[in-house]
Design a protein around this ligand. Sequence first.
Ligand code: MN
Length: 149
Amino acid sequence: MSKPLDEYREKRSFSKTPEPRGRKRTKSGDRFVVQEHDASSLHWDFRLEIDGVLKSWAVPKGVPTEPRIRRLAVATEDHPIEYAEFEGEIPDGEYGAGTVKIWDSGRFALLKREEDKIEVVLEGERLFGKYVLVRLKNDLKNWLMFRVS
Ligand code: MN
C-alpha cells in the first residue's frame, strides 16, 4: 500500500533538488499557496492544505482572479505541507526543472469537499472569494477551477 507522499518522493532526488522531502502531518491547517512554476511550460500550482498534505493542481493558464473565468486545473501528486514555503531553482534534469516562485498564499475555509467537487473561500493577497473546483466527468485528473463570488 502506498503512503501519502510516496509519489512526490519517487519523482524527486533529494540530493539534487532543493525541494523539501517533508512529511505527512497528522493535523491540517488552513493554508493555500499558488506557486508560479516556470518549468518546461509555465504554469501555476494551486495547493490546499487538506488531510495533512498539500492537495495540488497545475493550472496552465493561471488561477482566475475574476468570477466566471473557467480554467483547467490538472490534479498532480500530493505535496508535503513544507512545500508551501518553497521557492527556488529545480536543477536541469530533475523533475519539474525550472524556477518556482510564490505567486500568492493565505488562508482558506473549506465549504464543501466531495469526490468530484471542492468549494473554498480564499483569503490571500491576490486571490480572495469563493472558488469551486469540479472534476470533469469520467476523468481522473482534469478539473475546472473558477471563482464564484
Ligand atoms: Mn509545477
